[in-house]
Ligand binder design. Structure first.
Ligand SMILES: [Zn+2]
Length: 60
């Protein structure tokens, strides 16, 4: 299915803790609705990903 700009969620965002892309989506909504919760398989650390950031990290 085509990716939409709104609600865009990468399947494997880079882990902010160890830099691994061995990550998985846990919940499409984190502590705030603009975030999604992921967990890193490499370091077993949960983290949140901001939906409005692109892959290059710039706000859109
Ligand atoms: Zn990690």
């Amino acid at each position: 299915m085509p990716a939409r700009k709104d609600g865009h969620l990468p399947e494997h965002p880079e882990c902010p803790h160890c830099g691994s892309e061995d990550t998985e989506l846990v919940s499409a909504f984190g502590t705030v609705v603009a975030n999604a919760q992921y967990r890193c398989e490499a370091c077993s650390t949960p983290f949140e990903f901001m939906k409005w950031l692109d892959e290059d990290g710039k706000e859109t």
